[in-house]
Design a protein around this ligand. Structure first.
Ligand SMILES: Nc1ncnc2c1ncn2[C@@H]1O[C@H](COP(=O)(O)OP(=O)(O)OP(=O)(O)O)[C@@H](O)[C@H]1O
Ligand SMILES: [Mg+2]
Length: 234
């Protein structure tokens, strides 16, 4: 008897992405898949294309080849609906925080999915509390530090219970207790995750697979953080 493979939550098949038309592509004929519940680190030198890969997966950059999210092909038409199944943390948190306070911002993610105002605020408040932000929930966002804004962005990404989380350097700028809380949240979350990071120790605590981008392709795909550590002599 044959068993069907579980459907990947994210798959790239032969994906090529250019930042500027006519330039050398940043991603070249790239293929990989992330299974449901899999937590995958995306590693690679500065400029290797990690953020570009996220932008393509979010439908923010055009691509050749096929990207599937939760079994549906990403196209210009499907991308709005597919984005609702994804949670993002961009590498610049200011780019994704839109509301005056943390609790308002995070609650918006739940309201957008149809939850009531009160439910949304309760859930936002609980998530912020779990991320060590209890006392900063109602502080104007522009008065928060970088690490505090990162935590608000993470709460906003988690609140919709997404099938897929795309996290671009989520631990950057977090203090050690903040990193611990981040690890705790991510390890108890059911979403498939792709986490771009230069922080291999952080990645090793939560990821079970490590992809290394080089020259626009996956140069290494390993379950052992030590393989990467040796290559980079970390
Ligand atoms: N907005 C942009 N416009 C044009 N080219 C860009 C833009 N952003 C990035 N690039 C180029 O795309 C390539 C990949 O950059 P990208 O930001 O995806 O790398 P990265 O792996 O995320 O790097 P880092 O580790 O520094 O975050 C680089 O050559 C970069 O110069
Ligand atoms: Mg980047």
């Amino acid at each position: 008897m044959t068993h069907a493979l579980p459907q990947a939550t994210l798959s790239f098949r032969g994906v090529t992405v250019h930042r500027d038309p006519g330039d050398t592509p940043v991603l070249r004929d790239l293929s990989f898949a992330v299974a449901p519940n899999e937590r995958v680190a995306l590693l690679g030198l500065n400029g290797s294309g990690k953020t570009t890969l996220f932008a393509a997966a979010a439908g923010l950059l055009p691509h050749e080849g096929e990207i599937h999210i939760d079994g549906q092909r990403l196209t210009r038409r499907s991308c709005q609906a597919l984005r609702r199944r994804m949670g993002f943390v961009f590498n610049v948190p200011e780019d994704q925080l839109l509301f005056p306070t943390a609790v308002d911002d995070v609650a918006f993610g739940a309201r957008r999915l149809g939850q009531s105002d009160a439910q949304s605020r309760d859930r936002a408040s609980a998530l912020l509390h779990e991320l060590g932000m209890r006392d900063a929930q109602n502080v104007p966002l522009h008065h928060l530090s970088h690490g505090q804004k990162q935590r608000v962005a993470l709460a906003g990404a988690l609140i919709g219970d997404p099938a897929l989380l795309l996290l671009d350097e989520p631990s950057a700028g977090l203090d050690p207790p903040g990193k611990r809380l981040l690890c705790a949240q991510l390890t108890q979350c059911d979403a498939a995750m792709l986490i771009a990071t230069h922080d291999l120790d952080f990645a090793a605590r939560i990821c079970t697979r490590f992809l290394m981008l080089d020259g626009g392709r996956i140069a290494h795909d390993t379950a052992l953080a030590d393989d990467i550590r040796q290559r980079w002599q970390w």
